[in-house]
Design a protein around this ligand. Structure first.
Ligand code: RAT
Ligand code: ZN
Length: 426
């Protein structure tokens, strides 16, 4: 294949790949208000709220939080789209969405987008966004400790929409055991034990809880977002470990991992978030820290039959994570998470991963919190991932390796859907 034909074949394969998006925060329409969509939600995305406060540090946080959502959206629009050009990745994302939905981008687009979406039925909007984004399936983030969400699951309303798979999110069990235990009690479980975690009978109760939620949700995997340093118990928990860390280690190692192993459920770990470094910013107030990849290597070694899907928030961890994945077939790096979901970093991480791990990675997830974001997150990522792949294929062609459009399509499909499907068995 000539270089020009290769570039065209890669572009076509990447642009037409049907994505399985392995981590989002969007919900099936039957979850009602939990599914966020539309222009006002796009503009009040926490990534943009952080940017608003950079543009207007004079605005008091409380004043902003007390504004009704449409007024918040108007303020973000004015400051980040009218007064300034929307060049940041999150702001450019809104422009991509507007354009894709047929609203002429420009200072008047907010009013136009509101008008256009006003009479729209959410189900129709889901269809339209999935089509525009080229997404076939998304995985939600499902938290049985969230009261509003739990109610929907317990009510068992309506048939499942199989474009939305579930993920059983268990942060609550790991991050604040006493509070999680109290909630479990209110749900009819008896997680015996103390501040430093469940005892042997309590372990069983936690697993019973997980089993019940597995039956209810049919999750593709268990998931947790974790700080840069978190404890798990490799049998060496030193005496005097603080209660909170001991509880985390105990729940992780004696409840979650055996459960995942016995049930054949993959475990997705999102590591490196430092929560609430600026609490006044709420969801926008988290930062990051460099994690310990050595811990993940030890985890993969000790639990060889558990499939670990791992993403890390620090750019400095990415190379080591790839090297770790070369050593452990049960470790799959995924996505360019949160502060890494920017074209310059996606380019670097995708090249690094492909050079070290070939096609055995999941290059991206969207983390969309607002349905419409699927459009821009995937359009922008396809563009960059396509460029990286084109370079690799061009180098192969230069060395006379035979290539075909069909082979390229097959490789791309692995990256955008098959690798995840095979691990999660969905
Ligand atoms: O990317 C985000 O929106 C973050 O706020 C988090 O949701 C993170 O992705 C998470 O799942 O904890
Ligand atoms: Zn997320």
């Amino acid at each position: 294949m000539a270089e020009k034909a290769i570039l065209a074949a890669v572009r076509k394969a990447v642009d037409s790949a049907r994505v399985v998006d392995m981590h989002t925060h969007i919900y099936e329409p039957r979850f009602g208000g939990l599914l966020l969509w539309g222009i006002d939600e796009l503009l009040t995305y926490h990534y943009l709220i952080a940017e608003l406060f950079r543009a207007r540090p004079d605005i008091a946080y409380e004043k902003f939080w007390n504004m009704p959502k449409p007024a918040q959206a108007e303020l973000v629009w004015k400051e980040l789209f009218v007064e300034r050009s929307p060049v940041s990745e999150a702001a450019r994302g809104v422009v991509t969405c507007l354009e894709a939905m047929g609203v002429k981008p420009g200072p008047k687009a907010l009013a136009e987008a509101r008008k256009m979406l006003a009479g729209c039925k959410v189900e129709d909007h889901v269809d339209r966004v999935f089509k525009l984004a080229g997404v076939e399936k998304v995985v939600m983030t499902n938290d049985p400790f969230d009261d509003a969400e739990r109610e929907v699951w317990l009510a068992g309303k309506g048939p499942r929409d199989d474009r939305f798979a579930a993920a059983l999110r268990i942060d609550a069990l790991l991050n604040d055991w006493p509070a999680a235990a109290a909630k479990m009690r209110a749900m009819g479980y008896e997680p015996s034990g103390g501040e430093s975690g469940p005892d042997a009978a309590g372990d069983k109760e936690v697993r019973r809880f997980l089993a019940d939620w597995k039956t209810r949700m049919k999750p593709a995997y268990l998931a947790a977002s974790l700080p840069p340093v978190f404890r798990w118990d490799a049998g060496d928990l030193p005496p005097g470990t603080p209660a909170r860390a001991a509880a985390q280690a105990r729940v992780f190692s004696r409840c979650l991992l055996p459960f995942a192993r016995d049930e054949g459920l993959p475990v997705a770990l999102m590591i490196g978030v430092r929560k609430s470094v600026n609490p006044a910013l709420k969801l926008a107030g988290d930062s990051l820290g460099r994690a310990c990849v050595e811990d993940i290597e030890a985890l993969c070694l000790q639990w060889p039959t558990v499939r670990f899907l791992v993403t890390m928030l620090s750019r400095e961890n990415q190379h080591h994570l790839c090297v770790a994945a070369r050593k452990f077939g049960n470790l799959t790096p995924f996505g360019c998470w949160w502060f890494l979901n920017d074209p310059s970093i996606i380019r670097e991480m995708t090249a690094e991963r492909i050079e070290l791990l070939g096609l055995s990675v999941i290059p991206q997830h969207s983390d969309a919190r607002v349905l419409d974001q699927l459009i821009y997150k995937w359009r922008h990522s396809r563009e960059v991932i396509g460029e990286v792949l084109a370079e690799k294929y061009a180098a192969l062609a230069k060395a006379k390796w035979p290539l075909s459009a069909a082979k390229i399509r097959e490789d791309v499909e692995r990256l955008f859907s098959r690798n995840f499907r095979e691990i999660a068995r969905i």
